[in-house]
Design a protein around this ligand. Sequence first.
Ligand SMILES: [Zn+2]
Ligand SMILES: [Zn+2]
Length: 446
Amino acid sequence: MWDIVAMISFLAFIIALIGTGVSAIKRRSVWKKWLAAVGVAFVLFIVGAVNAPPSENIQPPQTVAGEQGESADTNKSKDVTNSNSNSSEHSLPAESEENEEIAQQGVSGQLKAHFLDVGQGDSILIQLPNGQNMLIDAGTSEAGGSVVSYLKEQGINKINYLVATHPHADHVGGMIAVVQSLAIDRVYMPRVSHTTKIFENLLETIKAKGLKINKAEAGVTIINQEGIKAGFIAPCGSGYERPNNYSAVVKVQYGNTAFLLTGDAESVSEQEMIASGTNLKADVLKVGHHGSKSSTTQAFLSSVSPKYAVISCGAGNSYGHPHQAILDRLKKAGVQTYRTDIQGTVIITSDGKTLTIKTLGSTQKVRAPDTKTKISTNTKSSSNKTVSPGPAPDPPADSAYIGNNNTKKFHRPTCSTLPAEKNRVYFQSRDEAAAAGYVPCKRCDP
Ligand SMILES: [Zn+2]
Ligand SMILES: [Zn+2]
């Protein structure tokens, strides 16, 4: 507001100066009026300049897409974003004593976190109490249209903060439709050295829309105003072997309540988050990597100590998510757990003090009713999960191929002869499987 006043006054000041010169020469009588106008404009200019907020000092948005957009070679690892990383953002001060104060400063309204049922994948909409919207991931490309419809049903036409946690298709596939259909303010992504075809398509779409990309990494603040805080607490490092560990992990706080949204972050990242000393405590944990045993280590769960957990996964998914060990761990810790594959979209509302939870049920799916399968809640043996006999679930969500550690064969995730959970090795591409010395299964012919 003051910066505009400063600009206008400055312009007036300049015009007045010119006017003064001219009139001084022409008629001496107008001199005093001009002098007064110049004086007023100058004072306003100074006041405006003093009050104008300092220009935002966020990571210079890199034209990530531009750096590698032309390339058609999508199989090679590449550093998607590769320049300086001197983020000048502050880490989240997240002590609960502070939250007390924030609650009293008071923002009226509610924070509403929607964990969308996008089948196998993640998509989280957060409607902030200040009227802004944050979208973290958008499911697979199949789910994209449904995610857009859901957003529009909520009356949302603009996403103020769009976060792509990591390049996997079950997180960013649907984001292309979102970017094409809605107004977007800020885009955040981790700087990854692995990429996927779908991620590159997303980068192209973002570039085509003229949007810049802000780097998501530990310590970067997304918002810090009027009782609402949101920022990244991971990734803490770089050079991870597994793309999941690049996952942008977001902590959102409103008053006394906190949400921790971990993408597909695995134990390596969890360890780093603990080591970083950041306050991980949260009332709600979006369980990492769809409830896979790669994540939610006991140490991490203890550090977060959530009351509620949400697992976002697809019914009858071929990965066996969520893994029984994780369900047991959550249960033992007394965490009340919700699952999108069973309960459909989960909506958690915070008034800054208390949380209320609503589930839309599996009838109100956000995703298209395509690969509906029987849910086996008895997960003692993961082999009794039935995979859809219908149209093959299109782009395999997380890992495109599943290898068998013993036979050194690799399969499509839909293959009827998948190895037991403990013998599985996941590959993103056929090349990756071949490079590891695995041969294609004869039955599913990957
Ligand atoms: Zn992933
Ligand atoms: Zn995933």
